[in-house]
Design a binder for this molecule. Structure first.
Ligand code: ATP
Ligand code: MG
Length: 398
């Protein structure tokens, strides 16, 4: 280790609590961090006691910090100077760290995870505090300091820093298994997918299109959304499945008021087949209770009943405003509101049923005999893997 080495010190969120699973979760988080930083200059990620250290080449910090800000499972991270756990080295590091700051007052807060360090935390606070005060003239304020200088002694290393940057918290992608999300081009479903990533799921996507009724740009838009969501989980698998023949058949043979629910049930059945191939145990949608006619409690239940897999709806209790705010934080909002042709808005009835039942839909579906059309749609599934979109390329830096 160089005398004073710039690095990022990562503290993780809930995974500290997971008992015997902890090493598994830590390994996954480290793997995800390595993956997120892979295209940067040489980076070394080390596991320390209860923390992760990212060693960087000078100059790569801003890009590394932007990427760490999108890794789920991180509580916060700090650009720090790493030094040997010796008083002299710690003082030099402290002076270098505060040099870039102006402050009306300050406090030093030391923490020792490594108790073999000879000085107590209080002793460190005092000796480093005295050195900083001598160099800067700033007064000490332990109650409400303008600047807090933090020192952490851990695994025979010492880290000194001021700024903590909030992470996205949650669990590392991958620890909760895989799900298949139904992704439209709208605002809600990308947010729903990201919420599942935040709970540790790897997400694969299915989009239903009505090409050539809907144009190719709509499919590109969905691909763009998967690319943006890839910034949180890496490359994502996208399945593009044609729905047009199924919709035509429904329009020709079923009551108009039931169309949207019949489309939705067909989508769920198709997505469940894709999920079975991927060994994903659940589906995800962006539905929110009462948001539109197709999302009343009875309609959601009627859709549930046809699904062979659990249907997860992470936005069920969210208001539209909350969903929009989250889409903005994620960086998907601008693309979501770009105009597109939606496969359900076309052929949409004027007065959709708001209180339908599984029983009623089943009776209609018996006459529709959709199975051959479902099989034909699946046979035309176009699968692709979409690489993450880098924010610089799209001007979407947060
Ligand atoms: P979104 O903003 O996600 O489009 P929405 O508020 O427009 O949602 P609906 O159009 O009723 O609501 O769709 C409900 C959910 O059904 C979506 O969140 C999505 O999960 C799924 N869905 C709708 N259309 C499609 C589609 N063309 N392809 C894949 N999934 C879809
Ligand atoms: Mg929609």
């Amino acid at each position: 280790m160089a005398d004073l080495a710039p690095c990022l010190l990562v503290h993780y969120a809930e995974i500290g609590l997971k008992g015997r699973n902890r090493p598994l979760f830590e390994r996954r988080l480290i793997g995800n961090i390595e993956h997120a930083l892979a295209r940067l200059a040489t980076v070394r990620v080390r596991r320390l006691y209860g923390r992760i250290m990212v060693e960087l080449e000078p100059g790569s910090e801003p890009a590394a910090m932007a990427r760490l800000g999108r890794v789920f499972g991180i509580a916060y991270f700090a650009p720090a100077l790493a030094c040997a756990p010796e008083e002299g080295a710690i003082r030099s590091a402290a002076l270098q760290v505060v040099a870039g700051h102006g402050a009306a007052s300050f406090a030093v807060r030391a923490k020792r995870a490594d108790k073999s360090f000879p000085l107590s935390s209080q002793g460190l606070n005092q000796t480093v505090g005295a050195a900083v005060q001598a160099a800067t003239g700033w007064p000490v304020d332990l109650e409400a300091p303008a600047l807090t200088l933090r020192i952490e002694v851990v695994d025979r290393r010492c880290f000194v820093y001021c700024d903590r940057i909030e992470g996205r918290r949650g669990l590392p992608v991958g620890v909760s298994g895989q799900v298949v999300a139904l992704l439209s081009g709208g605002i809600d479903s990308p947010v729903a997918a990201a919420r599942m990533m935040r709970r540790g799921c790897r997400v694969s996507f299915v989009h239903f299109h009505s090409f050539p009724y809907t144009n190719a740009a709509s499919q590109e838009k969905v691909e763009g959304l998967v690319g943006l969501l890839g910034r949180y989980q890496g490359p994502g698998e996208l399945h593009l499945v044609p729905l047009l023949e199924i919709q035509r058949h429904i329009v020709g043979h079923a009551p108009p008021a039931l169309r949207v629910l019949l489309y939705r049930r067909a989508m769920i059945r198709l997505a469940a087949e894709i999920a079975r191939d991927l060994r994903a145990p659940a589906l995800v949608t962006g539905e929110s209770l009462g948001q539109v006619a197709s999302q009343t409690l009875s309609n959601l239940t009627a859709v549930d009943r046809c699904s062979p897999l659990p249907l997860l709806r992470p936005l069920l209790g969210w208001d539209k405003e909350e969903i929009i705010d989250e889409a903005k934080r994620l960086g998907t909002f601008d693309l979501s509101i770009a105009p597109h042709e939606d496969c359900c808005s076309f052929l949409e009835p004027k007065a959709p049923a708001t209180r339908c039942t599984d029983h009623k839909l089943r009776a209609v579906e018996r006459d529709l005999a959709l199975e051959p059309l479902l099989a034909a749609a699946l046979a035309q599934d176009q699968r692709r893997v979409v690489a993450p979109v880098e924010e610089a390329a799209r001007g979407l830096a947060e």
